[in-house]
Design a protein around this ligand. Sequence first.
Ligand code: GLY
Length: 390
Amino acid sequence: MNAPDAVLPLRSALHLALRQIEGTLAELGPDTFPGDTSDAQFYGPRRLDPAAPGANIGWTTGFWTGQLWLAHALTGRQALRLAAVRQTASFIHRMNAGVDLEHHDLGFLYQLTCVAADRLDAMPGARGAALHAAERLLGRFRPQAGIIQSWGSLDDPLQRGRIIIDGAMNLPLLHWAGALTGRAAFADAARRHLERTRAHLLRPDGATYHTYHFDPDTGAPLRPSTHQGAADDSCWARGQAWGIYGFALNHRHLPDLGLLDDAVRMADYFLARLPHDRIALWDLSLAHDSGEPRDSSACAIAACGLLEIAHQLPDDTARRYYRDEALALLLALHATCAGERPGCGGVLLHGVYHRAANLGVDEATLWGDYYYFEALARLAGCWTPSMPAA
Ligand code: GLY
């Protein structure tokens, strides 16, 4: 990969993504949240009973508002800012009203919306809501087990003591809150959670388990399992990508933990299992000729992780290697997965939400769209909400 050769196609990829985002905004209006994934390649109003269509509920709405903040940061267009502000107000309301907050995805939801609004726009109320979100996330920390429980209420018998690899991506909200308040509890919880994640979800060969169960009272490790992967001991592609980016982002805040080396190991495992066209199958254990669908969103998240790894590595040769791998992934995504109207409303086609449940298979996903756009925006030199302020 010759980096200058990537500049023009990736610039046109960025402009195309921007057009798709503005198209969806025009179709849905500023106050309607799209579904987790497209439906027949177009986003409609989110439908999650018992909420009204288009309501701010579920774990993925922040990826839509995050795209709008990022699009505004890139273009300065006021229509994008106004929509982002209105939606961020909905996140403030969601926090105050306590709507669907019993999960660790508070990081995704509030980092890309309220933290972004505070930093970009000093929007009144945004910082307070993000701090409340961080407090709630910290409240999920189970000190005996040293983990932040991922899903469900803390007394849910099925979810007590369970963590998932995706959780690393929610921790930057804690670091943000720690820096703002000076309270060490935020970073301490993140540190202990990451240590346990590394010890039990990351395998010696650099693959990850999707989820892991601990005894919540004693902290005893119990067993790995999966929710969206092909098998308990397989390697779910998107989980691996969350691990790459999540560990690399946390390395900025906890440099003594050695998380960057872990991120590199996970990245090497991911890259070594890509098929010829570089778009990962939804589980990395699947044979490339299995006919199973690809998950483009895993590649978009991994590309962000590779850029972050490259940014932090001290050695020039290694930096260049991981940056070139990120560029190659983004070029492959642009070549085979970029959505364009009139045929498709999504930014990044060919994602998979949950294969076994037949949810969002071969559709655009809000998170795939977001991280593809974030990677392209970062290459264009734009601030991105995932990156810490420091
Ligand atoms: N974090 C949930 C998912 O990636 O589907």
